[in-house]
Write a protein that binds this ligand. Structure first.
Ligand code: PMP
Length: 440
């Protein structure tokens, strides 16, 4: 008898993350530099209790917090989130005054504002928003451009929903604009442009490479997408995933793509409170162009008709009282210190022919071995590392199945997020020992 699964049920491949987590769980002594988990020691237990106590102290605030809410999110949190993003985007450096005015002034039409709270949605992590955005934009066979490499769970969404991914080369300061133009030209020629719906860009402290895209490059990306829209016959959206934006420990913040003139119509900005606050609360958010906001809101109506209210109240309370900002300042210092510790350990233990990409934020170092040395799940390097109780994310998992190029297989993502400082030193020492054996 045939099974009763849908095409999607049959098609969806097991997520690579499950396999990695299982490998970690099966060996409790393992040091995992693979997980994108945040630092447990600094999770905000005390201030969460403080705010939740306040919310639940009286039935006036407690009852609504324990009730169903609004599909797009609680008005209060949507407004606080929009204001928070506006503040981030108004770093005084190089903001033109007309942009500042547009962003700040309360125009009659809230929708017109760059950081409109009415186009701000609260979701179950930014993962849910990414998923719903793909649902709203993509049919089976459609194409989404991604950075090469990119966040592997996003690739899993595309795989599961039957979409195709095309990789665009990544440079140390963001997307290779020349290559983006080449890819778009090629798609135009092959007829693929008509199926191309979006470009997915992780613009701050990229997962897995740590790269941050400059504002100029974001402007360049939007200009190119716009240039090809005529031939596509529809808008090509930019999904700007800013999941790691607030985990910045070096350098100034960079304006989001929303600040490029005209971008409000084309940019889907996704962010999260998971990384800077608590993944266990799992509250994400986004600002969407009006058309997409409406479509995604309807889809969310079917997913869960609203993110957990209690958790939204928690985040709203943290933001309102300034506890959130203080917490973020604290963890930035902490991640900066952990990154520094990892950098020193890498310099000490890794062979000199391994290229190391350092970042000013986020959770990751990206390391590139000589091209002939495989780091994939079946490679000697990976298996020996596992035997020596240390785990990393093989770079190959982060590359789309793009027929126009071979998949690189000589890189590793290593995270300083969840491991303790001592485990980071020990983990890198173990990994260094493995690498010395295979890349002399
Ligand atoms: N985007 C990126 C780039 C991520 O790395 C992650 C989590 N690892 C997410 C989105 C989703 O995070 P969350 O659902 O917790 O907001």
């Amino acid at each position: 008898m045939k099974n009763a699964l849908s095409a999607m049920g049959r098609r969806t491949a097991p997520p690579p993350i499950s396999w990695l987590m299982q490998a970690a769980l099966s060996r409790p002594q393992i040091i995992s530099l693979a997980a994108g988990f945040t630092d447990s020691a600094t999770l905000p237990v005390k201030i969460s209790r403080q705010v939740l106590n306040r919310v639940l102290r009286s039935s006036k605030t407690g009852q609504p917090a324990l009730q169903y809410g609004i599909t797009a999110g609680e008005t209060n949190l949507r407004q606080l989130t929009a204001r928070h993003l506006q503040t981030l985007d108004q770093s005084p450096s190089s903001l033109s005054s007309s942009l500042q005015r547009k962003s700040r002034t309360s125009t009659k039409d809230e929708d017109d504002k760059i950081h409109s709270w009415e186009r701000t949605m609260i979701t179950g992590g930014s993962q849910q928003l990414l998923y719903m955005t793909v649902e709203a934009l993509g049919d089976e066979g459609d194409i989404v451009l991604v950075e090469d490499p990119t966040y592997f769970v996003f690739l899993s969404i595309l795989q599961s929903r039957g979409l195709r991914a095309r990789g665009v080369r990544l440079e140390r300061d963001g997307l290779d604009l020349g290559h983006l133009e080449t890819v778009l030209q090629r798609l135009k020629k092959s007829g693929g442009l008509r199926r191309t719906k979006a470009l997915y860009l992780i613009s701050y402290f990229h997962n897995p490479t740590g790269v941050t895209t400059s504002f100029e490059k974001k402007r360049g990306v939007l200009k190119l997408l716009k240039k090809f829209e005529g031939a596509a016959g529809h808008p090509i959206y930019l999904i700007e995933d800013a999941a790691y934006r607030e985990l910045r420990f070096k350098g100034p913040d960079i304006r989001s793509a929303l600040m490029v003139p005209g971008a409000a119509e084309r940019v889907i900005y996704t962010g999260t409170y998971s990384k800077p606050y608590a993944p266990g609360a799992r509250v994400g958010f986004g600002i969407l162009p009006k058309l997409l906001f409406t479509a995604v809101q309807r889809i969310k109506g079917n997913h869960d008709f609203g993110t957990a209210n209690l958790l939204q109240q928690l985040l709203a309370g943290e933001l309102k009282t300034g506890l959130y900002d203080r917490h973020v300042a604290k963890i930035r210092t902490r991640y900066g210190r952990k990154a520094q510790g990892m950098k020193q350990a890498l310099a000490r233990h890794f062979p000199s022919n391994v290229e190391i990409w350092e970042s000013g934020g986020g959770l990751y170092f990206w390391t590139r071995l000589p091209k002939n040395i495989s780091t994939g799940v079946k490679s000697k390097v990976f298996r020996t590392a596992l035997k020596n109780d240390v785990l990393y994310v093989p770079g190959e998992l982060c590359y789309a199945d793009d027929p126009s190029r071979p998949k690189p297989d000589h890189e590793m993502r290593i995270s300083f997020g969840s491991a303790s400082e001592a485990d980071i030193r020990e983990g890198i020492k173990r990994l260094g020992k493995v690498l010395r054996k295979y890349c002399p």
